[in-house]
Design a protein around this ligand. Structure first.
Ligand SMILES: [Zn+2]
Length: 274
């Protein structure tokens, strides 16, 4: 599933190709992917609007449009949002195609359909609960002082489960939660309430660090993730623990332990994570 570094990679790829372009036509091939807004009026509402900005909040991609609408995309497990030329054949499971005024296309594809598309003004989207409440952004200035430390220490949940909660930290998922815990030398299965002040500080410094490194390597492509042009990232080759259960720890050589937290595979080193 694309997490913050993967979604941010896509946003940075798409931004220079989309900002300033006008939407010529929108083709909602599979109306059920639209979870907010009216499928019938969707093409008419988009046509003619100019894309003013492309931004990210948590794992959501926002296209700010000239008439005050936001076109929002969440990629779910297997979604992708890529630029294509109109003459490139459409891949299977392409659910939305947006034609731009320079004859390029923005295509949304999602084989497993856990992703979603929303269209509304920011006020509508927040007032009607279409978008979930999201916690602080790990890559934003002031993240470590943002109240995340208090949220983590206040919970009796396991640290990993709290990190996956989008209301606690926006954009964190399975991969970078494990990586941050490894870097901070903290066991992800511990209760949040057991964290000392020094440990929370380490964890909150580690999370942006692992995410920035993954962003530099253009995201992790274990299976489906593709950047804004359909290419794979390289960050999965540089991970310390995620996907390495049973293999030796890169720091101490002990065998990495694989378990499950809240139904999610979790990998850590029993020797150097306490
Ligand atoms: Zn170790």
């Amino acid at each position: 599933m694309p997490e913050l570094p993967e979604v941010e990679t896509i946003v940075r790829d798409l931004r220079p190709h989309l900002v300033g372009r006008a939407i010529a036509k929108a083709d909602l091939i599979r109306p059920s992917v639209l979870r907010f807004g009216q499928p019938d009026s969707f093409p008419f509402r988009l046509a003619g609007q100019q894309i003013r900005a492309v931004t990210r909040r948590g794992k959501f991609i926002h296209l700010r449009l000239s008439e005050g609408d936001d076109l929002v995309v969440h990629l779910g497990m297997t979604g992708s949002l890529t630029m294509a030329s109109a003459s490139t054949p459409r891949a299977l499971h392409t659910h939305l195609v947006i034609d731009l005024d320079d004859r390029s296309q923005l295509r949304y594809r999602d084989p497993r359909r856990f992703g979603r598309v929303l269209l509304g003004t920011p006020a509508q989207l927040s007032r009607l609960g279409a978008l979930p409440r999201l916690g602080p952004e790990p890559l934003a200035r002031g993240f470590t002082e943002s109240g995340v430390a208090e949220s983590l220490r206040a919970t009796s949940r396991q640290i990993k489960a709290a990190l996956l909660d989008q209301a606690v930290v926006a954009g964190c998922g399975n991969i970078y939660a494990d990586e941050a815990c490894f870097l901070a030398r903290i066991r992800p299965i511990r209760r949040g309430s057991s964290l000392t002040r020094a440990e929370t500080t380490r964890l909150l410094l580690a999370l942006p660090l692992v995410m920035r490194e993954a962003l530099r390597l253009r995201g992790s492509s274990f299976s489906d993730f593709r950047d804004g042009f359909g290419a794979k990232g390289e960050a999965h080759e540089a991970l310390f623990v995620y996907g390495r259960g049973g293999l030796p720890c890169v720091r101490c050589g002990a065998t990495l332990r694989q378990t499950r937290v809240g139904g999610r595979t979790t990998v850590y080193c029993q020797r150097c994570q306490r």
